[in-house]
Design a protein around this ligand. Structure first.
Ligand code: KIV
Ligand code: NA
Length: 265
C-alpha cells in the first residue's frame, strides 16, 4: 500500500467524494486512525491545548511540531500526513515559511503543511508550492490570531463574507491543494465550496464542505471540560480511562491485583 497524496485529494473532488480528516499527535493514536482508513491526518497545532497542556496554540514551537509530526508519520503507512506550521514560524515571510516547512518535510517526513491566513499568507503559500511542498490553507477562524480576533464565528455580514471569499480565492490562486474553513456560517462555506476548484475542509462550517475535520480528543470525548458546539462526540474515552485507572488503583490498594496469572515463578 502506498500513501495517499495530494493528487488523490484532487481526484476525490472531481469525483464529488467527501472525505474525513482527524488530528493526531502521537504514533499510537495515529496508527488506530490509519487502521480505520482515515485518509488524511493533521498534526494540528491544536496539540498545544489538546496534547501539551498549553492554553492556546500560540506557544507551540516548530521543534514540538517536528517531534509530534515525526511520531505520527512513524505510526502510519497509508494516510497523508499534514503538519501545522506553528505561530511565529512563517509570519516573517516566504523564506522563513520555506525554512520551517522544509524541517517538517525533511525531519518529520510529512507530505504537506498547513498554515493560517488567506490573502495575508498568499506569498508564503506560493513559495512553498513552487518549492514542491503541498500546502493546505486555513481561513475563517484562525486560532493563532486569538489575541486579535478571539474565538468567534467569522464571515458574518456581507463585508466579512466577501473577505472570506477573497481569502479562499487567494489561497487557491497561490497553489494551495485544499483549504480549511473554521467556524463560518454553513451557507457561506457552501458558497466557497461551489466557487473553488480545490476541496474545502470544514470544522464548524456546516455540511456543504468537501471534507470534515475534527480534533480527535474532542471527537472521542477525551478533552476535559467543554467542547465546541460543532463537535460530534463519538465515544467517551475520558470516562473509560478514568474508570480503568480507578479500578486499577482499587485493585492495588485491596491486593486484588496482581493475581496468580499475572505472576512469574
Ligand atoms: O490545529 C488544528 O487541529 C487545526 C484544525 C482544527 C483544522 O488547525
Ligand atoms: Na491548527
Amino acid at each position: 500500500t502506498r500513501r495517499i497524496t495530494v493528487r488523490d485529494i484532487a481526484a476525490a473532488k472531481e469525483r464529488g467524494e467527501k472525505w474525513p480528516m482527524l488530528t493526531a499527535y502521537d504514533a499510537t493514536t495515529a496508527s488506530v486512525f490509519d487502521e480505520a482508513g482515515i485518509p488524511v491526518m493533521l498534526v494540528g497545532d491544536s496539540a498545544g491545548n489538546c496534547h501539551l497542556g498549553y492554553e492556546t496554540t500560540v506557544p507551540v514551537t516548530l521543534d514540538e511540531m517536528t517531534m509530534l509530526s515525526a511520531a505520527v508519520v512513524r505510526g502510519t503507512s497509508r494516510a497523508l500526513i499534514v503538519a501545522d506550521l506553528p505561530f511565529g514560524s512563517y509570519q516573517e515571510g516566504p523564506v522563513q515559511a520555506l525554512r520551517s516547512a522544509t524541517r517538517l518535510v525533511k525531519e518529520a517526513g510529512v507530505g504537506a503543511v498547513k498554515l493560517e491566513g488567506g490573502e495575508r499568507s498568499h506569498r508564503q503559500i506560493e513559495l512553498l508550492v513552487e518549492s514542491g511542498i503541498p500546502v493546505m490553507a486555513h481561513i475563517g477562524l484562525t486560532p493563532q490570531s486569538v489575541n486579535a480576533m478571539g474565538y468567534r464565528v467569522q464571515g458574518r455580514g456581507e463585508e466579512a463574507a466577501q473577505q472570506l471569499l477573497r481569502d479562499a480565492k487567494a489561497v487557491q490562486d497561490a497553489g494551495a491543494f485544499a483549504v480549511v474553513l473554521e467556524l463560518v456560517p454553513a451557507e457561506l462555506a457552501g458558497e466557497v465550496t461551489r466557487v473553488l476548484q480545490i476541496p474545502t475542509v470544514g470544522i464548524g462550517a456546516g455540511a456543504a464542505t468537501d471534507a470534515q475535520v475534527l480534533v480527535w480528543t474532542d471527537m472521542l470525548g477525551l478533552t476535559g471540560g467543554r467542547v465546541p458546539k460543532f463537535v460530534k462526540q463519538y465515544a467517551d474515552l475520558r470516562a473509560v480511562m478514568r474508570g480503568a485507572a480507578e479500578a486499577f488503583a482499587e485493585d492495588v490498594v485491596s491486593g486484588t491485583f496482581p493475581e496468580e496469572s499475572h505472576s512469574v515463578h
